[in-house]
Design a protein around this ligand. Structure first.
Ligand SMILES: *[C@@H]1O[C@H](CO)[C@@H](O)[C@H](O)[C@H]1NC(C)=O
Ligand SMILES: *[C@@H]1O[C@H](CO)[C@@H](O)[C@H](O)[C@H]1NC(C)=O
Ligand SMILES: *[C@@H]1O[C@H](CO)[C@@H](O)[C@H](O)[C@H]1NC(C)=O
Ligand SMILES: *[C@@H]1O[C@H](CO)[C@@H](O)[C@H](O)[C@H]1NC(C)=O
Length: 314
């Protein structure tokens, strides 16, 4: 029964996709009552929706993609945006544009990984690896040159430490040997610029690759530091960028004193983000920290002038 229903919906979806971006404003009140969540609940929702004439859903290629950066706060951003009734998000990191073995499977494969959405909704996927991928900008541009890109960044030195920490715990769990961060960052007395975690923090280099394919006004940069301290302010900028009504509100957040950061409240449910999974970062030797700050300074300056915006990094 459920399978038949889904089959029928998919058929209708083929034709429905053509006029997907109908006028948002006139539907305003209807949308409010059509709160629809992404992912596995979609079948239920389709079934139970009172507005049956408008409850046709389909899987859409994302109109917006969170491209990175790894350890920048991409999961937090995605989960916060998921509060918005006009946004549906892909459940997993798809790695379509950065992994050749996925890219060769084609656009239909990619589309089928997207959640079901109503015509007025914006589909978003996030894969942090896109930002540092050589091929991703051109491939996304080939798919749809109007794709709106979201990029969440944080202080590049903090990002290196967070990157190191994640790999460190992964290796511990897999019983692989680990090295202190100082030994990864400094090799033979000099900064190890070949270290992947350092390379991923060279935002200017990666950004220049994106700007070859996309105009600056199509890439919205979210300040990861601000998102954690003052989520609403950053999310309202994203709503404006995505051209969707402002629906995320103060009441969607509450501060958890124990954790020291904001948790989310939506649809009567509360959940706290676990970007760092509560893993403590190492205390890094201050000489090594200074070397990283110095190394990134010039790259940051170049990045700031590239994006015509500055960030409060070291
Ligand atoms: C809908 O239900 C079918 C059958 O139970 C399932 O295979 C499919 O994954 C579901 N789709 C969504 C989007 O949850
Ligand atoms: C490309 O994306 C824009 C913005 O999301 C959308 O309006 C347009 O229909 C898309 N074009 C194609 C060919 O899918
Ligand atoms: C706040 O965080 C603590 C520690 O992780 C957790 O046990 C508790 O459930 C959280 N409280 C709320 C209201 O989210
Ligand atoms: C930090 O490392 C340098 C060598 O790279 C060493 O000389 C210094 O003593 C270390 N500082 C601390 C506080 O451990």
């Amino acid at each position: 029964m459920a399978c038949l229903l889904v089959g029928a919906l998919l058929l209708v979806a083929q034709t429905d996709r053509v006029h997907s971006s109908s006028s948002q404003q006139s539907e305003g009140t209807l949308l409010q009552s059509l709160r629809y969540r992404s992912g596995s609940e979609s079948n239920e929702t389709e079934h139970n929706s009172p507005q049956s004439q408008s409850s046709i859903t389909s899987q859409m290629i994302p109109q917006s993609i969170i491209i990175g950066v790894r350890k920048g706060g991409t999961r937090a951003l995605l989960e916060m945006l998921d509060i918005h009734p006009d946004i549906v998000v892909a459940a997993t990191e798809v790695h379509f544009f950065d992994w050749d073995e996925n890219y060769v499977k084609g656009l239909e494969w990619y589309r089928k990984l997207m959640p079901f959405s109503y015509p007025h909704q914006t589909t978003i996927e996030k894969t942090p690896g896109y930002f540092t991928s050589i091929k991703a900008p051109e491939r996304i541009h080939d798919m749809n040159s109007s794709t709106k890109l979201l990029l969440i960044l944080r202080d590049p030195t903090e990002r290196v430490i967070s990157d190191y920490t994640q790999v460190y715990y992964n290796r511990l769990e897999n019983h692989k040997p680990v090295q202190p961060i100082e030994e990864m960052v400094i090799k033979n007395g000099v900064l190890n610029t070949k270290y992947k975690a350092i390379q991923r923090s060279l935002y200017d280099i990666h950004m220049s690759n994106w700007l070859r394919y996309f105009p600056l006004n199509q890439i919205h940069i979210v300040d990861g530091g601000t998102l954690i301290r003052n989520p609403l302010e950053e999310l309202q900028k994203v709503e404006t960028f995505l051209n969707i009504p402002a629906r995320i509100m103060t009441s969607n957040f509450y501060f958890n004193q124990t954790k020291g950061f904001y948790c989310l409240r939506s649809d009567g449910k509360e959940r706290c983000l676990h970007e760092s999974k509560g893993r403590p970062h190492p205390v890094v030797n201050s000489t090594v920290l200074k070397e990283l700050h110095t190394y990134f300074r010039e790259h940051n300056e170049r990045f700031f002038s590239m994006v015509k915006q500055t960030f409060n990094w070291h």
